[in-house]
Design a protein around this ligand. Structure first.
Ligand code: ZN
Length: 302
């Protein structure tokens, strides 16, 4: 175990498998700057270690990650001058203003880091349980394989809850398919683990209590492959997607995401860069619950 504060890092099976766990239980593993920077360090530690063949990324507690941290006490302290200000808020565009500040900080800490993890020189497995919403999807999608607990649910609710056109790393059409993406984002509805498996996004669905053990077993199977073979399989698929336009599409959609933020910031006196009730978006606290997308109902019962 290492001395990270927001994640844990351990190696198993004589160092061949690294397991990184998001570990911010009080916020359900919400992604603060501190967590994201540590996660990057942990991924790079696994990448640098030649003994490591497979990296598991999971989340401690009842759910994988509740998404971006939108306002915990720690997050506010990270952004304000003071002893708990995160040093990365003063670099990489953090001292600029307006859309430039937002674009640069999101590029470094939401976009480019997620792409870096996607291109890690190791095979990565996301181990997810509970609700995986919005930015939770980005972390999961950055991994090569996804293993889900039976209770997992997936949704990007930033359209219906924040008036945004998706999270910063817009892999949605590549993961859900184009029409399903439109449906899910326009309704804010969720997929369950079986449907995610049917779509091919999830490789395995395990009983929730067995998730950790079965994911490790799965990782062992992958780790048995020669490292050169495993990496070139990963690269063959990633380079195919890149040639189909994956990275260019991600970059274009990141720009649209920034336009979307800038729109809300421009029309709000408070400069708040997401939609509010006055814009026709329900308040987070009173919004109707997120339900599953079903075939026959306009909106499923909660
Ligand atoms: Zn954003």
């Amino acid at each position: 175990m290492s001395d990270f504060k927001f994640v844990t890092y351990e190696t198993l099976d004589e160092g061949t498998i690294a397991r990184i766990m998001l570990n911010r239980l009080e916020t359900r593993n919400a992604q603060s700057r501190g967590l994201l920077v540590e996660l990057d360090e942990a991924f790079l530690q696994a990448e640098a270690d030649d003994t490591v063949r497979v990296v598991i990324l999971g989340g401690a507690g009842p759910l994988f990650s509740s998404g971006h941290d939108l306002g915990s006490k720690e997050l506010i302290a990270e952004r304000r001058p003071g002893p708990d200000q995160h040093p990365t808020t003063l670099i990489n565009g953090g001292t600029r203003k307006g859309a430039e500040l937002r674009m640069l900080q999101e590029w470094h800490y939401f976009f480019e880091n997620t792409k870096r993890w996607r291109n890690l020189r190791k095979i990565t497995i996301a181990q997810v349980q509970g609700t995986v919403y919005a930015a939770g999807l980005m972390l999961m999608w950055a991994c090569d394989l996804i293993v889900a607990a039976e209770n997992a649910r997936f949704a990007d609710v930033v359209g219906t809850r924040l008036g945004m056109c998706g999270v910063e790393y817009f892999a949605h059409p590549w993961e859900f398919g184009p029409r399903k993406t439109k449906e899910l984002m326009l309704t804010g509805d969720a997929l369950d683990a079986d449907e995610a498996h049917r779509l091919g996004m999830v490789s395995k669905v395990f009983p929730t209590d067995d998730l950790t053990d079965r994911t490790l077993e799965f990782a062992r199977r992958i780790a048995a492959l020669p490292t050169m073979t495993a990496l070139l399989i990963k690269e063959s698929v990633n380079q195919t997607m890149d040639n189909m336009g994956f990275q260019n599409a991600l970059a274009a959609c990141f720009s649209l995401h920034q336009i979307n933020h800038a729109h809300w910031a421009e029309i709000h006196e408070s400069k708040w860069a997401a939609a509010q009730e006055e814009d026709g978006i329900p308040n987070w606290k009173t919004a109707p619950p997120i339900v599953l997308a079903t075939k026959t109902e306009v909106r499923a019962d909660a």
